[in-house]
Design a protein around this ligand. Structure first.
Ligand code: CA
Ligand code: CA
Length: 393
């Protein structure tokens, strides 16, 4: 900032001073959160040495970073991820508050001090190679209530963290090669944030569906009997006549919540696909990317199927999946021929032919192609678009 010359009015100087202090206080908060983020990263990224306990320590740093500056996108991104991991890994001080607590009731423990990559969970107790459920196994309603209250609340909190990240404004974060003891940096961008959002929204939808139904069964009894193959599913239902009935109190609301989470998850998945498919930078140092044409097509097909589910839900009709088969014949002046067949779901792939190796010579493309059939980047410009389609060749 330039110094205010002496002749400027007092008001101007006051405004300047105000600006300096405002700025300073903003950057102090930001400095604090950035410092905490850096400390969290230092704990989290120790190459091969990082343990599950380090994630929990880093989570505390990221939590404080968000508390210091709730608008810090890096702090919110790291906290969104680490808080979900912590929910899975950390036993609470008492009661059933985390997934680790739940696992403990079923007889397995989290081994915090194992390095990442090793299984963080001990084996379930067994007897004669069968699961031997301890007396602490909760009843079905306890598990349902845990999912409905604790899990969904944690997902919502992580989604709120992700909502702070200004998707669409070129946000980016780089985890350096040094941090992960890798060969390259890892770039995180909107595509990855959208993948995370979609995953959480879909997990939320699944949780809402499960918790809409009555699960008031004696799980331990069920597990013990099931070991001996005594119970068929009909017997289970006979013993628990209310099981899997929509809960009168909140079942309908839970299903409505499931629907809105599902729709949001599908929208985020489409946005993630569109963003990643359009990325122009080298992708092999990105977090989520398509490592082959096939992987990209599979992702696109999954998104198209999900969008059909969305349309069906919105129009209150069954989802309909239709696969279209196309058969094409390419010929050239030498009467050489190439036959191509491909299948797609409702929307033609934009660049089906990108991996086609065109033999020597000038090939003609035979089809009822109006030039819009293959939108987008179009390698078919190599071909003359003339003549007729040869279906079913
Ligand atoms: Ca890149
Ligand atoms: Ca990317």
């Amino acid at each position: 900032m330039a110094m205010a010359p002496k002749r400027h009015s007092l008001i101007f100087m006051a405004a300047t001073v105000f600006f300096i202090f405002t700025n300073a206080s903003v950057s102090r908060a930001s400095d604090a959160s950035q410092t905490l983020v850096a400390e969290g990263r230092a704990v989290l990224f120790q190459g091969d040495m990082t343990t599950y306990a380090d994630i929990l320590t880093a989570n505390e740093k990221f939590k404080k970073a968000v508390a210091a500056d709730s608008a810090d996108p890096d702090a919110n991104l790291f906290y969104a991820v680490s808080r979900i991991a912590t929910f899975l890994l950390q036993n609470s001080a008492g009661g059933l508050n985390t997934a680790a607590d739940l696992l403990g009731l079923f007889g397995a423990e989290i081994m915090e001090n194992r390095p990442l990559g090793e299984d963080p969970v001990t084996n379930l107790p067994s007897l004669y190679d069968q699961y031997n459920p301890p007396d602490t196994v909760p009843d079905g309603e306890t598990v349902r209530a845990f999912l409905a209250e604790k899990l969904i609340a944690e997902i919502d909190a992580a989604l709120a963290n992700l909502a702070v990240i200004p998707v669409g404004s070129g946000y980016g974060l780089t985890v350096t090669a040094a941090e992960i003891a890798g060969d390259t940096d890892v770039q995180i961008d909107d595509g990855d944030v959208l993948v995370a959002r979609s995953s959480l929204e879909l997990l939320r939808a699944a949780s809402c569906i499960v918790t809409a139904y009555d699960l008031d069964v004696d799980l331990r009894e069920l597990l013990v009997l099931d070991n001996g193959d005594v119970l068929g599913i009909q017997k289970i239902l006979d013993l628990n006549p209310n099981m899997l009935h929509l809960r009168p109190a909140d079942g309908a609301d839970q299903l409505a919540a499931a629907k809105s989470s599902l729709l949001a998850g599908i929208d985020s998945a489409r946005a993630a696909y569109d963003f990643i498919a359009a990325e122009q930078d080298p992708q092999d140092d990105d977090l989520f990317y398509f490592d082959s044409y096939r992987a990209r097509q599979q992702a696109l097909e999954a998104v198209i199927e999900a969008e059909e589910i969305k349309a069906a839900l919105n129009q209150d009709r069954p989802a309909e999946f239709r696969e279209i088969s196309e058969h094409w014949r390419l010929t050239n002046d030498n009467a050489d021929q190439i036959y191509l067949s491909f299948n797609y779901l409702s929307t033609p792939p934009a660049d089906t032919f990108t991996e086609l190796i065109v033999p020597y010579g000038s090939f003609y493309f035979y089809g009822n192609n109006d030039g819009n059939f293959f939108p987008g980047a179009d390698p078919l410009k190599k071909f003359s678009r003339t003549a007729t389609r040869s279906p079913g060749t």
